[in-house]
Design a protein around this ligand. Structure first.
Ligand SMILES: Cc1cc2nc3c(=O)[nH]c(=O)nc-3n(C[C@H](O)[C@H](O)[C@H](O)COP(=O)(O)OP(=O)(O)OC[C@H]3O[C@@H](n4cnc5c(N)ncnc54)[C@H](O)[C@@H]3O)c2cc1C
Length: 454
């Protein structure tokens, strides 16, 4: 490759300049066109909260590029056509990306690769949104892992490269014609989004590192700011997990070790989805497709709106609608409730989560759901059914989380125990009665499970 051949850097889920190996590769070619394609196939189904966040993240990336004397070139439409057009416009011979391992992303990239090849242009994949690219960690027979703990061990042994600084001597290009403005869609009514962008991700991470020592104790308390809230930043690649792992490696606390394991879950689910792309929709354990499920109706609607009459479930569902995020413990409680108390298929709940979550990520969401529903990887045994009232008491012992998100239950003079209001208190507070009898719903779930057989 002769020096000074223009290159295209096509941003997708890597909206940052630091620790971006594809940028380093592109800059080594010559002047770089930073490009983003608003792909209707991803934009339309993203949900209003994720679209609003992505718009803000793109504006933050654009602002960083403007500080470097250029801007983000944004086009809207079919990537196969538009990446080829932009490449021709600047005379590039290579288009650089971080590899995308999602089912749609890999199909799209194959189509772009074919379109570019017609012009003799190469699509160059460098790095991925993960410390270890999906497919790299295999067991001794060369097969992917389906159980987290051995995956995590092999993943840590595999290791990863250290983070790299953004190159500071890049010559940048920009396109004027046939480009579009960065969209600025409003978030859904009443939803407050977290701050987006690389600088915000770095700030949040630095702030979290001060309290990562408490993470192992605090992470299961939804009323406490005990987790990092890095998920949306990771989803859009505003920071690379490798950068975070390098900081964690310098710490010797149990909290840092626990946090590293959580990052490994993200990598595990990406690996599972890569090995079994059909599990974005289908059961990982196919026998669960034979189970009897109820048709979605009024109960699904009550779950979505946070009106089930089970306080911790309703608090979680309302936190999701108000902030586009839900605490992990409560994601598990609400998901279990949908599957084992309402007897609905996990897909109905997963769709609602993906619609509202700012951090909505196909691999983590679909496999977080399948794990909780008992039909996924390494799942909690199906017969261990969460009791939502007991879970609420255990993880929100003072009832602060429930009182924060379910204002009807906030006044201790009206409701003494927010996890189990009496029928009279419910009436006085305008809070619904439970939509199911948990003990009966649990028995019914177990009966149905036994009927599918081994
Ligand atoms: C039903 C269900 C659906 C979920 N859907 C998503 C989703 O769409 N997107 C998403 O990023 N996470 C999802 N998760 C995982 C987890 O709930 C979130 O990553 C976490 O709540 C994000 O908050 P945080 O950044 O403060 O987490 P922290 O506790 O600070 O964790 C740090 C990071 O580790 C990763 N992580 C932690 N736990 C998990 C996990 N169980 N699975 C995968 N990665 C994990 C995330 O990247 C997270 O940002 C889901 C979990 C369940 C049970």
């Amino acid at each position: 490759m002769p020096p000074s051949t223009p290159a295209v850097l096509w941003f997708r889920r890597d909206l940052r300049l630091a620790d971006n190996p594809a940028l380093v590769e592109a800059a080594a070619d010559g002047p770089v066109l930073p490009l983003f394609v608003l792909d209707p196939a991803l934009w339309e189904p993203a949900g209003a909260s994720r679209r609003a966040y992505l718009g803000a993240s793109l504006r933050a990336l654009d602002a960083s590029l403007r500080e470097r004397g250029t801007r983000l070139t944004v086009v809207r439409g079919d990537p196969a056509r538009l990446v080829a057009l932009a490449t021709r416009a600047v005379g590039a011979t290579r288009v650089h990306v971080a590899a995308d391992f999602n089912p749609y992303g890999s199909r799209r990239d194959a189509a772009v690769e074919r379109a570019l090849a017609e012009d003799g242009v190469a699509l160059v994949r460098t790095g991925s949104p993960y410390a270890v690219a999906p497919g790299r960690v295999t067991n001794t027979s060369g097969d992917p892992y389906r159980v987290f703990t051995p995956f995590q061990r092999a993943w840590a042994e595999h290791g990863w490269r250290g983070p790299i600084e953004a190159p500071d001597d890049v010559a940048w290009l920009a396109l004027e014609e046939d480009t579009t403005e960065i969209p600025d869609p409003a978030p859904p009514d009443g939803l407050t989004l977290p701050e987006a962008g690389e600088a915000a991700a770095r700030r949040r991470w630095a702030e979290f590192l001060d309290r990562v020592g408490d993470y192992a104790e605090d992470r299961d308390r939804p009323a406490t700011e005990g987790t990092s809230r890095m998920s949306a930043h990771l989803k859009w690649g505003e920071i690379h997990p490798r950068t975070m792992l390098a900081d964690l490696a310098r710490l010797r606390t149990g909290g840092a070790a626990t946090y590293r394991k959580e990052l490994a879950w993200r990598e595990f689910y990406a690996d599972v989805l890569h090995a079994r792309p059909e599990t974005a929709r289908e059961y990982l354990r196919p026998e669960f497709a034979r189970m009897q499920y109820d048709e979605p109706g009024a109960q699904l609607d009550a779950w979505r709106r946070g009106r089930t009459g089970f306080p911790v479930v309703d608090a979680g569902m309302r936190q999701l609608l108000a902030t586009g995020w839900m605490h992990n413990r409560v994601r598990m409680i609400t998901a279990s409730f949908l599957v084992k108390d309402l007897h609905l298929e996990w897909r109905h709940g997963a769709r609602h989560f993906l619609h509202w979550l700012v951090d909505g990520d196909l691999a983590s969401n679909q496999h977080g759901w399948q794990w909780t529903a008992g039909c996924g990887t390494d799942a909690a045994p199906y017969f261990r059914v969460f009791n939502p009232t007991a879970q609420g008491r255990r993880f929100d012992p003072q009832g602060e989380y429930v009182r924060r998100w379910v204002p009807e239950l906030a006044d201790p003079d009206v409701v003494v125990d927010p996890h189990d209001p009496s029928p009279g208190e419910r009436r006085a507070a305008g809070y619904p009665d439970p939509i199911v009898d948990h003990a009966a719903a649990r028995r019914e779930a177990l009966d149905r499970w036994e009927r599918i057989g081994p």
